[in-house]
Write a protein that binds this ligand. Structure first.
Ligand SMILES: [Ca+2]
Ligand SMILES: [Ca+2]
Length: 183
């Protein structure tokens, strides 16, 4: 397993350039190899094959932008587990029968009400976007995040995890070690 992460700490830059600098955000970008999707079938879906994910802990929102090799129409699932100092939740986006649903799940059964939770799938740019208001996370000081995808075809499941190079990923997807701070 190899892990590729790049951390951009804009907070440090803002602190030395100006006291009036705009509010800082912490960003982590994770690259993932092509062709490492795990499958139960002989034919691998390229829609699950993550190449890059960007997580941003911004002023009022935690934003994710995930890119895959080829986001074709049809069944698709992506999850973004989020760890905070006090909690663990899993934000997810799910497309089936042409309908897209987003949800925020606690570390257990049920779901969390979250006004402002938004997700979109862009087939043309092979991109998934998900936004989680920080208020739904208890306005945490920092977050750690993970991301993974899944497609089910003919009863078989394909999965990729942005932080794992091959191997059939667990669920929820693997968290990164980096804390993204908001203060
Ligand atoms: Ca991949
Ligand atoms: Ca992977």
């Amino acid at each position: 397993m190899r892990v590729r992460t790049t951390l951009v700490t804009l907070a440090a830059v803002a602190a030395v350039t100006s006291v009036a600098a705009p509010a800082a955000a912490d960003v982590e970008v994770v690259g993932d190899p092509r062709g490492d999707t795990s499958t139960e079938d002989r034919e691998v879906s390229r829609a699950t094959d993550i190449v890059r994910v960007r997580g941003e802990h911004a002023n009022s929102t935690v934003r994710f932008r995930l890119r895959v090799v080829d986001l074709t129409p049809g069944y698709f699932f992506a999850d973004f587990p989020i760890s905070t100092p006090d909690d663990f939740v899993d934000a997810s986006i799910f497309r089936r029968d042409g309908q897209v649903d987003v949800s925020l799940s606690p570390n257990g059964p049920g779901s969390i009400e979250c006004d402002g939770l938004r997700g979109r799938l862009f087939n043309r740019s092979d991109t998934v976007e998900l936004r989680v208001p920080r208020s739904c996370l208890g306005n945490p000081r920092w977050i750690r995040f993970g991301s993974g995808t899944g497609v089910v075809r003919n009863g078989f499941q394909d999965r990729d995890d942005a932080r794992l190079d091959g191997g059939f990923p667990a669920f929820p997807s693997a968290l990164g070690e980096q804390r993204l701070f908001r203060d």
